[in-house]
Each structure stands twice: as structure tokens, then as C-alpha cells.
Design a protein around this ligand. Structure first.
Ligand code: G6P
Length: 366
């Protein structure tokens, strides 16, 4: 494989733009779109699993964090998520019928591999969500769920993240079927919703010009806060991670409801607050957090849809309006504006976007 940026300035932005195609391919592999079914993963009997432990590092961990919500909602399965470097040393009791899912783009991250081995010793069945199928993690797992993203060159993960989400969503739907917590009709409805993701991603990418203009201002700040609730919480965390990794701006992601337990102390006219808030069932709650920010002069960048923009009735510095979509798919589509915001901010800062300082694509030492 010879890496080629094509017409793009950096691998990262090329990989951001590949996401509709990559996600479409991955979803088509795991979902039978014509039949409206999720293909049950071979080698995992979800009806016999009573607990799921998801472990990963970095961006892969945030994919696992979103998946926690999906497995709980679709499959009514208790899920623990853990950073791999914590999981491997925590001595938590694991269930006899537990499944461990490890997520790793490279399949070589030292802490994630150690977590896999720890889970093995503790008697867990192991599924690995990986991009590199020949990797150590893939070889040592019982079941491999490839994300089929193709080589990812940018150190900051983008298309691997959304491809991980695609695999995990499909697996959560299949788990829901196996466990009887969703029926035919619900399964078909979910599959139909996910089949729209590539088109929705294309629409999200069309907002790049607006996002680039916002990034010009963001490149001047020292700190930035990201807020979200429900599955938008891990997307807020991922947005903050992307920004700090490549622009070196200090960014923090927070559960919107935690605002008043700390980060609100930081809000002043200088503080940009990126709020990830699709018009879903927790939207109204997030609006009240935005009001708390607005009351203190914080500069809100609201990422929402048309209904959300109308209902928020807030004096946002900027509103990024995505198409409306079912709540189950928002993490995949809302990833795109946060990736683009980080990318263009870093470009304005003049950093080495594809090779940010002090970071490695794959961390194979502890
Ligand atoms: C490094 C990379 C991140 C990645 C993380 C986990 O920190 O810079 O982009 O998310 O490792 O890597 P993995 O290959 O296990 O997904």
C-alpha cells in the first residue's frame, strides 16, 4: 500500500472525507440492508452472555463508550467500559459468562493487548474490533470483527472511529435480536436508520466551509469546552481529544449535566463551548446547560439539527445545522463536524496535522 493524499492537503482530511464510503462498506458487511437484519456475529452467542466489558485506549475507547449506550439500549446487556490501562490492573470481578470486547485500530496497543490477555485469564470470551486483521490483538481474540476502514495514516483517528462505531452498532443490534430485546420490526427500523448514515455523512461534509470559518476564530483561543449528553457525551469527549491532539489547544469534554459540578467555573466571554446536541430525548436538558453557559457570556458553538436550532432559542455564537436523523445514528454523523473543526483549527495554527508532536499512531509500549 502506497499512501497517497490525492487532492487533499493532509491524510487526516482525506480520511475524514472517506467516511461515507468506508462506513457504507462496513455497515453493508455487518447489516443485511435488503432484509433489514443485522448479521449475527459468528462465534458469539449473545443470548448466553450476561455482561460485557469494553476496553480500549484513546479514540477507540470513545467508540466503546458510545457502544455502551447502544448495547444497553438495544440488547439490555449490562456494559462496563474501561480504559485499557485501568482495566488490566483493576482486579474487578468478571462474570463467568462475560464477553470482553477490545477495540483497537492498530491491534497492537500495548495496554489493550494486556487487557485482552487479562480478560482471557479471567475466563472471558474475547471479541476484537480491529482494523489490522494480522495484528496481535486480532490473532489472540476468539472472534475478530474487522472494521474494514483501510489504512489510516493520520495519527489522529477519524475514519477508524466511525468504522468502529458502525461495527459496534451492528453488533449491538444483533445482540438485541439474540436476546429478544428487539423484535423484527424494531430491527428493520434500526437497520434502515443506519443505512442512511453514508448519505447523512455526505451532508455533514457539505458544512465544511462554515466549519472552516469557525475554526479561524477557534485557532485564537487557549481553552475550549465540549459538552454533550447521552451518546453525544462520548462525541464531546472525542471532539475535545481531536482538538487537543492536533491543535494543542487545551480542550475538555464533559457530560453536559456535570457542567455545574466544576467546568462552569471556567466560563467567561473568552471560553468557547462546543455543544453537541441533536434534537433527541435529552435535548431539553442540554438546553438548560447551554443557558447556564450563555448567562455567563460563554461563546456557544451549537451542533444540532433544524428542530434543535429552533427549540434551543439561545444566543449561540454559531450554529452548525445537520440534517435530522434518528437518535440511534447521531454519533456517526456528529463525529464529522467535530473532526472538521479540529482539523481546520489545526491548519490555521500551522501544526503538523498528520504527525502531531509527542503522539504516535500506535502505542506499543506501556
Ligand atoms: C494512539 C493514537 C490514537 C488512538 C490510540 C489507540 O494514542 O494516537 O489515535 O486512538 O492510540 O490506538 P488503537 O490502535 O489501539 O486504536
Amino acid at each position: 500500500y502506497v499512501a497517497d493524499k490525492g487532492n487533499h492537503r493532509h491524510f487526516m482530511v482525506k480520511e475524514i472525507h472517506e467516511q461515507p464510503e468506508v462506513t457504507g462498506r462496513t455497515l453493508a458487511h455487518y447489516l443485511d440492508l435488503a432484509e433489514g437484519r443485522a448479521r449475527p456475529p459468528e462465534g458469539i452467542d449473545f443470548s448466553r452472555i450476561d455482561r460485557l466489558s469494553i476496553t480500549a485506549c484513546g479514540t477507540a475507547f470513545y467508540a466503546g463508550f458510545v457502544a455502551k449506550y447502544w448495547f444497553e439500549r438495544f440488547a439490555r446487556l449490562p456494559v462496563d467500559i474501561d480504559i485499557a490501562s485501568e482495566f488490566r490492573y483493576r482486579e474487578q470481578p468478571l462474570s463467568k459468562d462475560g464477553l470482553a470486547i477490545v477495540i483497537s485500530q492498530s491491534g497492537e496497543t500495548a495496554d489493550t493487548l494486556a487487557s485482552l490477555r487479562y480478560a482471557r485469564v479471567e475466563g472471558q470470551r474475547i471479541a476484537a474490533v480491529v482494523n489490522v486483521r494480522e495484528s496481535t490483538i486480532a490473532r489472540e481474540a476468539d472472534v475478530v470483527l474487522p472494521i474494514l476502514a483501510g489504512p489510516e495514516i493520520g495519527v489522529a483517528s477519524t475514519k477508524a472511529f466511525t468504522a468502529q462505531l458502525a461495527v459496534l452498532a451492528a453488533t449491538a443490534i444483533a445482540a438485541g435480536r439474540a436476546r429478544g430485546s428487539i423484535d423484527d420490526v424494531e430491527e428493520a427500523r434500526l437497520v434502515a436508520a443506519f443505512s442512511e448514515v453514508p448519505r447523512l455523512m455526505h451532508e455533514a461534509l457539505r458544512l465544511e466551509g462554515q466549519i472552516e470559518a469557525l475554526a479561524r476564530d477557534l485557532a485564537k483561543v487557549k481553552h475550549c469546552l465540549y459538552l454533550g449528553r447521552g451518546t453525544s457525551y462520548p462525541i464531546a469527549l472525542e471532539g475535545a481529544l481531536k482538538l487537543k491532539e492536533i491543535s494543542y489547544i487545551h480542550a475538555e469534554g464533559y457530560a453536559a449535566g456535570e457542567l455545574k459540578h466544576g467546568p462552569i467555573a471556567l466560563i467567561d466571554e473568552e471560553m468557547p463551548v462546543v455543544v453537541i446536541a441533536p434534537f433527541d430525548r435529552v435535548f431539553e436538558k442540554t438546553v438548560s446547560n447551554m443557558q447556564e453557559v450563555a448567562a455567563r457570556g460563554g461563546r456557544i458553538i451549537l451542533v444540532t439539527d433544524r428542530k434543535g436550532a429552533e427549540a434551543a432559542a439561545i444566543d449561540a455564537a454559531a450554529t452548525i445545522i445537520l440534517p435530522e436523523m434518528p437518535a440511534s445514528v447521531t454519533p456517526l454523523v456528529y463525529s464529522i463536524p467535530v473532526q472538521l473543526l479540529a482539523y481546520h483549527t489545526a491548519v490555521f495554527m500551522g501544526t503538523d496535522v498528520d504527525q502531531p508532536r509527542n503522539l504516535a499512531k500506535s502505542v506499543t509500549v506501556e
